[in-house]
Design a binder for this molecule. Structure first.
Ligand SMILES: O=C(O)[C@H](CS(=O)(=O)O)OP(=O)(O)O
Length: 239
């Protein structure tokens, strides 16, 4: 399998995603939130780029979720904290979600054969899904406003590590950035929370009062759920 890790959305070339699986990674916090909401029984998440589009797609019974620059959008039901998306709040509900980077990353990946949502919490499950889908794989780190974010790179390294463990190093070729992220993950894997707290997004989120989100999002392989895009909805990949 060929794996290409892309450092941020600004570097993504969508025409190169044709016939591939793209795993969009936004550890803090959009893809961690999507995984949590679907695990808690949401019947589907519609990721959109703009607030206007979210309001346009809204139908009675839906929930609106999202933020801009860490702040909940006025009039929306939720912000972008995975802890808000409890079973009680989201079971059987469709959610229209717009976030600063993550949902933009998903939109950018639409030309791919398969679009998955990955985070540290489902890294291993995502690697298994990518293997099963049988295509070359792009791991698209969402980053923050077209700048690389370390937490996404570490997650790309985790997914690569799991794929290499399963397929064997001789069957995996990665681009140079992917190789660097794999090494970074191996160096940091026993202290992921410390790294998430000290990287730039982690510091910003802690300052904004989201320490509990960082603690949750830093936990590797706690979820078997893999969101996949079907038409315009993210739903759970059947296992
Ligand atoms: O709310 C979040 O988690 C971030 C906000 S920001 O872009 O880091 O200011 O959005 P996300 O789309 O999840 O990266």
């Amino acid at each position: 399998m060929h794996i290409e890790v892309v450092a941020n959305i600004g570097e993504a070339r969508s025409e190169e995603f044709l016939h591939k699986t793209v795993v969009v990674v936004d550890v803090l916090r959009a893809t961690s939130t999507i995984i949590t909401a679907l695990s808690n029984g949401s019947r589907g998440i519609v990721p959109v780029e703009t607030v206007v589009k979210a309001k346009e797609l809204y139908r009675e019974g839906d929930l609106l979720g999202g933020e801009r620059f860490c702040k909940k959008i006025p009039g929306f039901d939720f912000g972008n904290s995975p802890l808000e998306y409890t079973r009680e709040a989201v079971q059987d509900r469709r959610i229209i979600l717009t976030t600063t980077n993550g949902t933009r990353g998903i939109q950018k990946a639409l030309k791919a054969s398969h679009v998955l949502a990955g985070a540290l919490m489902n890294g291993r499950a995502c690697a298994d899904a990518a293997i099963q889908l049988g295509r070359d794989t792009v791991i698209l780190c969402a980053g923050t406003q077209d700048v690389f974010s370390l937490e996404d790179g570490l997650c790309a390294g985790l997914i690569m590590h799991e794929i290499i463990q399963k397929l064997g190093a001789e069957h995996v070729q990665a681009n140079d950035f992917g190789m660097a992220m794999h090494s970074a993950y191996l160096t940091c894997k026993h202290r992921l929370l410390d790294h998430l707290l000290s990287c730039s997004n982690g510091r910003k989120m802690k300052k904004s009062g989201f320490l509990a989100d960082i603690i949750l999002c830093a936990q590797a392989n706690i979820s078997e759920s893999v969101p996949i895009l079907e038409n315009d909805h993210m739903v759970l990949l059947p296992r």
